[in-house]
Design a protein around this ligand. Sequence first.
Ligand SMILES: Nc1ncnc2c1ncn2[C@@H]1O[C@H](COP(=O)(O)OP(=O)(O)O)[C@@H](O)[C@H]1O
Ligand SMILES: O=C(O)C1=C[C@@H](OP(=O)(O)O)[C@@H](O)[C@H](O)C1
Ligand SMILES: [Mg+2]
Length: 170
Amino acid sequence: MTRLEQDICLIGMPGSGKSTIGKLLGQRFKVSFYDIDRYIEKKHQKKVSEIYKESEENFRVIEKIAIKEIINLSPRIISTGGGTVKSDSSMTLLKKDRLILFINRPIEEIKDEIDINRPIFSNDSTRIYKLYEERYPLYKRYSDIEIINSGDINLVIKKIINKVNYNLGV
Ligand SMILES: Nc1ncnc2c1ncn2[C@@H]1O[C@H](COP(=O)(O)OP(=O)(O)O)[C@@H](O)[C@H]1O
Ligand SMILES: O=C(O)C1=C[C@@H](OP(=O)(O)O)[C@@H](O)[C@H](O)C1
Ligand SMILES: [Mg+2]
C-alpha cells in the first residue's frame, strides 16, 4: 500500500508510543502528522508537563481548543496525549471521519522506560497500574482497532498498516 486510505488518530497510555508511531507513520506515508502535545507546546511556548502541573482542568480545556485547531488543518495522522480520552467531547471531535487506534504497550515495558517523575505519575511508579485500570475501558470504548506495541517498532508499523487495510477491506 502506498497510500494511507483512512485518516488515523492514536490513543493509549502515556509512554505507549503514540508520538513515535504517529511520526513514523507520517514519514512512511508522506502525509501530515500532528501531535497534540507538541502543538500545544509550540502555541503556548510552555511544556505540557508545566501546563498540566498547574491545572489538569485547564490543560483539558487547552487540549480541546488545540484539537479543534488541528482538525481544521486536516492532518492525516493525529497523536493524542494519554488522557485525551478523559474528554468525551474531545474524542467525539477526533472520532469523526478518523480510524482510532489504541496503541497498547505492555505496562512493564512502559514502566521500565519512562520517567516516573512525569507529573501524571506523581513520583509513584505504581500509579501507572491504577491509571491503566482506570483508562483501559476508555481506550477500548473509543478505539476501532487495538495494536499491541511490543518489540521491533518497524514490525509494529507493519502490523498497523496490515490491520488498517484489513479493517477497510483493502
Ligand atoms: N516498540 C517500541 N520499542 C522500543 N521503544 C519504544 C517502542 N514504542 C515506544 N518506544 C519508546 O517509548 C518512549 C515513549 O514513546 P512516546 O512515543 O513518547 O509515547 P507516548 O506519546 O504514547 O507517550 C519513547 O522513548 C519511544 O522511543
Ligand atoms: O496521560 C495524561 O493525562 C497525559 C499524557 C501526556 O501525553 P503522552 O501520553 O504523550 O505522554 C500529556 O498529554 C500530559 O502530560 C497528560
Ligand atoms: Mg506523546
